[in-house]
Design a protein around this ligand. Sequence first.
Ligand SMILES: Cc1cc2nc3c(=O)[nH]c(=O)nc-3n(C[C@H](O)[C@H](O)[C@H](O)COP(=O)(O)OP(=O)(O)OC[C@H]3O[C@@H](n4cnc5c(N)ncnc54)[C@H](O)[C@@H]3O)c2cc1C
Length: 413
Amino acid sequence: MIYDVVISGAGPAGAMAARVLAEAGIKVIAFDKAKLPWRKPCGGGVPEHVFSEGLLDYNEFKKNKIIDKDTKNLYLRAPSGKELVIETPGETVVDRKIFDQYLRDKATDAGAEIQDQTSVRDLIRNQDGFVSGVKIKGPGGIQEISSKILIVADGVGSKLVVKGGLRKKWLATDYAICAVALIEGYIEQPPLSDSMQIYIDENVAPNSYAWLFPMANNRANIGIGIWKKSEKRPMEFLIRLTEQPFFKKKLDETKFKIFWKSSYPIPIQGVKGRTYGDGIMGVGDAMGFVAPIIGEGIFSALLTGKLAAETAIKALEIGDYSKAVLKEYQKSWVKYGLKEGYNFQRMMRDGIVEGGNINESFNKLIDWALEDEYNKNLLGELFVSGTSLAGNIPPELIKKLGEELIPKLSSSK
Ligand SMILES: Cc1cc2nc3c(=O)[nH]c(=O)nc-3n(C[C@H](O)[C@H](O)[C@H](O)COP(=O)(O)OP(=O)(O)OC[C@H]3O[C@@H](n4cnc5c(N)ncnc54)[C@H](O)[C@@H]3O)c2cc1C
């Protein structure tokens, strides 16, 4: 079987790429190893810039009941117990089982093929070294599928991007391990029930943060991250979160129940390697397109899926799938500002974590934000508008952060 484009993975990045290609009349298939629909372990926070940048249509999203809950604030809780509520453009909380299926339906409605329970095992190269297809294992056994272009969208555990020479294997410090759960019995009132809630505390989420994202009908998505600590049992940390006195107040003890839980890694060092080669491009988590402070990757997955598909369309038009042509994809996401944004976020994050005492650093950060409204809003931007800031970070903000905040944080060493 010959396809113009084969996509490995049908999460947000793969489904978006499939849709854009199919809309342009390209013969495209996406393989996913999961039995669909599956629920990717995730906080399910869809940032506002997914809609304002035109990647998805909010009204259609609403009409199709993909929205579980719209939030309007960011809530931060320091280890000291000090709290901050910042008005933000808001994030839309979704159930990934519903959200991802919606994205795949958009792709198949446009004419893409999606085949589940089929894992892409290896690349095939032609005599010139170009990627020219894949080996898959699905219900029909092992098969070879030919492609002109391969888009690798198979998430953080991608082996294909390594085999394709795009990046090296992750180092242990390149990703955080998260535990996530969907709960019932969440009973808070506004403004907290309308807030994306972030808690920093070394004892609950070592070198990372814990979250509660409210959902409709007294449900919520809760989770913790662990980074740079060889902790084998993230779920124990998540249970510890639910036992904290400040957290228990949010729950109706008689109704509180975890009805789904899972653990999963998330890349948090930004993009590593080159995102294109002869006949191949890498998108989404597979390449590390995740904002290093907050771990937001849905926006970048959708964006890079779209940009890679647009480059593939141009390459197919001229019949040239070489890296000389596919490098346009890399240029487009750099031009968009993702690289600059990730570097900036990494610098900020490392300022907090590498300060030596994350609890103390974060207490200072919250005190700094409580000093004035400008600082507070800036912190809101850093946390919830990370990637939209990319490329548009006003120089005076960088200066203010560099001169005022970073020295404060490093003085907690
Ligand atoms: C706990 C957690 C919480 C998060 N919370 C948020 C959040 O609130 N907001 C946010 O924006 N981001 C969040 N993220 C990040 C977000 O989940 C990812 O950035 C996003 O899902 C990336 O999309 P993707 O399509 O690149 O990869 P994925 O969503 O991981 O999709 C990859 C797909 O590829 C398939 N696959 C894997 N291997 C193969 C193979 N060999 N062959 C075929 N198919 C394969 C998988 O089954 C999967 O469907 C979170 C991540 C984690 C782990």
